[in-house]
Design a binder for this molecule. Structure first.
Ligand SMILES: [Zn+2]
Length: 301
C-alpha cells in the first residue's frame, strides 16, 4: 500500500523528526465515510500527534455550508442546537469555577451559540467568534457581538475580555500556537482561557487500539492532544496552565459496546448497566486522565 504523506516541521515546536503512530484510512465527515490511506505521526520534539497535511482541511473550510453538511450538522441554526445543546452541560462543568457574572466573555468557534446561550444571562458582554456566516444573523439577534475570526475581534476587543472559551476547535486549526496567541491578545491581564479538545489518552485508544484508531482519527482533526502536548503548546504560546481537567461524555455502555463489537454501534444503554455504573466509570476515567475530553484553563504569564 503506497501512502503519500506530508509532515513539515512541527508548527508547535519546529522539530522535523516524526514517528509513525498510524497508517490507514481515517474518518471523513461525520461518520461512515473514510479517506484514502494516510498517516498520523508523533512529533519527537513536543509529542503532538498530527494527521498528514495532505489529508487535512484548510482554515477557510470551516466557513462553508459544505463543511457543516459533511459533518452531518445541517445548515440551520436549529440543526446546530439539536446537535450541540445536549453537550453544553459538559462545557459549563469544564469552565468550572470561573465566574461569568458581569464578565466580558468570548467563545471562539461558537457555532450558532449553544454555549453562549447557557451563560449569557450572567455576562456583561458576549462576543461570538464564528467563521460560518450561516449563524451570524441569529447570533446578532440574541445581542451577541459577532466576528468571523479572532483577528477581526482584536480590532475592537484587544485586552478587554475576562473569559475566552473555545470548545473542540484547537484540534482543527492550522497553527495551534498562533491560535492561542491570538486568544491571549483578547484577554485582560488576569483573564482566563478555557480550551476543550478530545483527549488522546481516551481509554478506548488503549483497550482496542487497532479498531478504534480509524474511527478516532478524522480528516477534520489535524492535531491530537494529551495533557502533556497541550501544556507544551500553551507554554509555547506564552501561556501558563492554571488547571487541567478531564471530562468523559459517554456512558459505560458505550465503552462495553466498543469492547463487545469492536465497532461503533450507536449509544444504546446495555441491559443491566445502570446509571450508577456510569457514575463509577466516569469518575474513574476522569481521575486517571483517561476520559474522552481535556479542559485546560490558561492564563497570561
Ligand atoms: Zn512538535
Amino acid at each position: 500500500m503506497s501512502v503519500n504523506t506530508n509532515f513539515p516541521a512541527c508548527r508547535i515546536c519546529n522539530q522535523t523528526e516524526w514517528e509513525r503512530i498510524y497508517s490507514g484510512p481515517v474518518r471523513a465527515g461525520s461518520f461512515g465515510d473514510e479517506t484514502e490511506p494516510t498517516e498520523v505521526c508523533c512529533c519527537k520534539g513536543c509529542g503532538i500527534w498530527q494527521l498528514s497535511e495532505d489529508c487535512t482541511f484548510n482554515d477557510d473550510t470551516y466557513a462553508s455550508e459544505q463543511y457543516r453538511e459533511a459533518m452531518g450538522q445541517g445548515t440551520e441554526v436549529a440543526d446546530f442546537f439539536k446537535a450541540h445543546d445536549s453537550y453544553q452541560p459538559y462545557n459549563v462543568k469544564g469552565v468550572g469555577k470561573l465566574n461569568y457574572r458581569d464578565a466580558v466573555v468570548a467563545d471562539v468557534g461558537c457555532g450558532a451559540g449553544s454555549f453562549l446561550d447557557h451563560i449569557s444571562g450572567l455576562a456583561k458582554k458576549v462576543i461570538a467568534i464564528e467563521p460560518t456566516p450561516l449563524y451570524h444573523d441569529s447570533l446578532e439577534e440574541r445581542g451577541y457581538h459577532v466576528y468571523p475570526f479572532t483577528s477581526d475581534a482584536l480590532n475592537d476587543e484587544r485586552n478587554r475580555v475576562d473569559i475566552v472559551t473555545s470548545f473542540q476547535v484547537i484540534e482543527h486549526v492550522s497553527d495551534p500556537v498562533i491560535f492561542l496567541k491570538e486568544l491571549s491578545e483578547l484577554l485582560v491581564d488576569d483573564g482566563r482561557i478555557v480550551i476543550a479538545t478530545p483527549n488522546r489518552g481516551d481509554i478506548l485508544l488503549k483497550l482496542i487500539t487497532d479498531e478504534f484508531m480509524p474511527f478516532y482519527f478524522r480528516s477534520a482533526h489535524r492535531w491530537y492532544f494529551d495533557k502533556s502536548s497541550l501544556t507544551r503548546c500553551a507554554e509555547n504560546a506564552g501561556l501558563v496552565v492554571e488547571s487541567c481537567d478531564f471530562i468523559h461524555t459517554f456512558d459505560m455502555s458505550n465503552t462495553l459496546s466498543w469492547l463487545k463489537d469492536k465497532a461503533p454501534k450507536g449509544n444504546k444503554r446495555l441491559a443491566g448497566i445502570l446509571p450508577q455504573m456510569d457514575q463509577l466509570w466516569t469518575s474513574f476515567l476522569q481521575a486517571t486522565e483517561q476520559a474522552d475530553n481535556i479542559y485546560i484553563t490558561l492564563k497570561k504569564k
